[in-house]
Design a protein around this ligand. Structure first.
Ligand code: FAD
Length: 501
């Protein structure tokens, strides 16, 4: 008997809802109706403006042209994140999309770097990174496809206006047949026997039945939590920031091809340059600062004229106990949230979609599929959590109650092991489903002052002249960076400027 999914209902039309709608309408070419329900009155969070490189794959899979996308979303390019005042006050480092140096020996570049640095024969680790060399000069071009070229040693992502991206995806999804319904879901009907969701009812009385429901309703998790009571693990004790204030300001000449994250006394501030404005936000821990003080810190640290009043947002860092429960799959903020320090939320939406398509069910909803979905998503969330906690735990800052709290807090065992392995021998061991690879962990360990006590013992058995190699590499990346166009020039010349759109 044919048991295929005939009706999919997506609850919510924020970034998650429209990313899901676009991807499913592209993948499911026949025999399925997709309905998306959203409420203009409720609105969206709408602040996901910084991304990481996998977003390129998402757009490519949908067949979205890069120039059209950047133009339509007032987008800009991102080579990584600069962290200011995180390791200690007055210090900064770069978490790049790409590598430090490039491997030239069995022993890692960073071991050679550390030996040379300790001997006073090398400068900071960032100076050996192609992405930073370009970023600090406000230069940008896509990487070279020739793996022998030093310009192939970095990657990139985008900054964009989240509302404009959702609008672009909406046009895409509607053109592929997704039916958008405006209205507020006020009731969810469950099957008395199975507990599966059967239908949702809107405030105007209309009901929509579905075989599969995707909960993209944001923090409230209307279906996964409101209807199915799935439960939530609160990680606030590890990631104490629980509020944010977001405000756009006028663009300045400093059109950086990177995000800046500046640590303050009770949180941190993002700066995301778009073509038409700069996005800013102060993410803070409410036990350590009042909302008024947090707003003052934000407004005092804008580099252009504020274009609106700060918009408050509240959240509880953590994850759902299950991401796929019965016939409901939670994607986006309904599945959990980790603060935006490493721009991971839109990626988790993308990853949720990819897993759903890999493990796509029929109407039997065999738990073998949902169990695997939940296993992979749980691991992914925990790896990202560990990586974000790393930034808070490793700091040398002790100038305020938040940083003293972080220095003394317990951390997950998995992170504790990773910190000690690096501290003892500079080792970073790849872990299953870890979004962040070796260069990312290295950047944050070193940037936050977790210097290894010993260099890889294998280095003592090698004969390569790492110091000379580093000096040469540095001069090669500097001249390669000089040869790149400016960030704004690249956007204009590539026809990506929204002024032309
Ligand atoms: C301070 C902050 C900064 C962030 N920065 C970044 C970043 O830089 N990079 C990044 O990747 N991510 C970031 N994020 C996360 C990112 O904003 C979200 O992942 C993304 O916007 C997806 O949100 P969503 O669609 O799940 O939820 P929402 O945007 O909240 O959308 C929910 C949708 O559900 C609808 N809805 C809710 N209830 C009902 C109902 N009863 N009936 C009908 N419709 C309903 C709403 O109308 C809306 O359409 C940030 C988040 C925060 C809080």
């Amino acid at each position: 008997m044919d048991r295929h999914i005939r009706n999919i209902v997506i609850a919510g039309g924020g970034s998650a809802g429209w990313m899901v709608a676009a991807a499913l309408s592209n993948a499911l070419q026949a025999n399925c109706t997709i309905t998306l329900i959203e409420s203009e009155e409720i609105g969206t969070v709408g602040v996901g403006e910084a991304t990481i490189p996998p977003i390129l794959r998402f757009n490519q899979t949908l067949g979205i042209d890069e120039a059209e996308f950047v133009r339509a979303t007032q987008g800009s390019f991102k080579l990584g994140i600069q962290f200011v005042n995180w390791g200690k006050l007055g210090h900064s480092y770069f978490h790049p999309f790409g590598s430090f140096g490039r491997n030239f020996d069995m022993v890692g570049v960073h071991d050679y770097w550390q030996a040379a640095y300790e001997a006073g024969q090398a400068t900071g680790l960032d100076d050996y990174c192609m992405a930073w060399s370009a970023a600090k000069r406000n230069k940008f071009a896509p990487p070279s496809q020739d793996p022998r070229h030093v310009l192939s040693t970095y990657d990139y992502a985008y900054h964009f206006d989240a509302g404009l991206y959702a609008a672009l995806l909406r046009r895409y999804a509607e053109a592929k047949g997704v039916q958008r319904q405006e209205g507020k879901i006020i009731d969810v009907a469950l099957n008395a026997e199975s507990g599966f969701v059967e239908s949702v009812t809107l405030n105007d009385g209309r009901s929509f039945k579905g075989d599969l429901f995707i909960d993209c309703s944001g923090f409230r998790g209307m279906l996964i939590e409101g209807a199915l009571k799935t439960g939530y693990q609160d990680w606030t004790h590890w990631l104490p920031c629980d509020r944010a204030l977001a405000v756009p300001c006028a663009s300045t000449a400093d059109f950086t091809p990177y995000t800046r994250s500046t640590a303050h006394t009770a949180g941190w501030q993002w700066r995301i340059p778009l073509q038409h404005r700069t996005g800013n936000g102060h993410v803070y821990a409410s036990p350590f600062i009042s909302d008024e003080e947090a707003a003052a810190v934000l407004m005092d640290n804008l580099d252009g004229e504020a274009l609106a009043d700060p918009r408050p947002l509240r959240f509880t860092t953590g994850r759902r106990n299950l991401f796929w429960n019965r016939n409901v799959v939670a994607i986006g903020l309904s599945s959990g949230f980790m603060e935006p320090l490493e721009s991971t939320s839109l990626y988790l939406i993308q990853s949720g979609i990819a897993k759903l398509l890999t493990l796509f069910p029929d109407r039997d909803f065999d738990p073998v599929l949902s169990d695997e979905f939940n296993r992979q998503t749980r691991i992914e969330f925990e790896r990202i959590r560990d990586f974000i906690v790393l930034h808070y735990k490793l700091t040398e800052r002790d100038d305020s109650p938040l940083w003293r709290y972080c220095a003394n807090m317990d951390i997950p065992d998995s992170l504790s092991e990773a910190i000690h392995l690096f501290r003892r021998y500079g080792k970073i061991v790849p872990r299953e489903l870890d979004l962040f690879g070796h260069p990312s962990w290295l950047a944050v360990h070193i940037g936050q002052m977790n210097f290894p006590e010993r260099i890889d013992p294998l280095a003592k058995h090698r004969t390569a002249d790492g110091t000379a190699w580093l000096a040469k590499f540095r001069s090669v990346i500097e001249s390669a960076a000089e040869s790149l166009p400016g960030h704004q020039d690249f956007i204009t010349r590539a026809g990506m400027s929204s002024a032309r759109g």
